[in-house]
Design a protein around this ligand. Sequence first.
Ligand SMILES: [Zn+2]
Length: 117
Amino acid sequence: MGGQCSFIKASGERCRGTATAQNGLCWAHDPANAEKRRRVASRGGRGKANREVAALKDELKSVITDVRAGDLDRNDAAVMIQGYRALKDLIALERQVKETDELAAEIEELKREYGVA
Ligand SMILES: [Zn+2]
């Protein structure tokens, strides 16, 4: 441990990262971490946000249907739609934060790979 990563890049150049694992690979090239990163990325990510958007869409549709049928007061509907709009903004914000975090992690990985971290 502590030596130079033994990974050879597509360019034929050896990785300049510092080996962090017993197998002589840096964090970015250790297959154990690649698996971990993939799991983390697929767990939180876009699947949840997309489900939230789909649920929001369904609720909005039912509000519109109810107003049209006269089952829901127009003022109540207006307040509900305001709430949905706020939720939509939050989902969008959450997605932006997530994308920024993912980008930051990728940059860290690249920095490690090029030995500038
Ligand atoms: Zn490496």
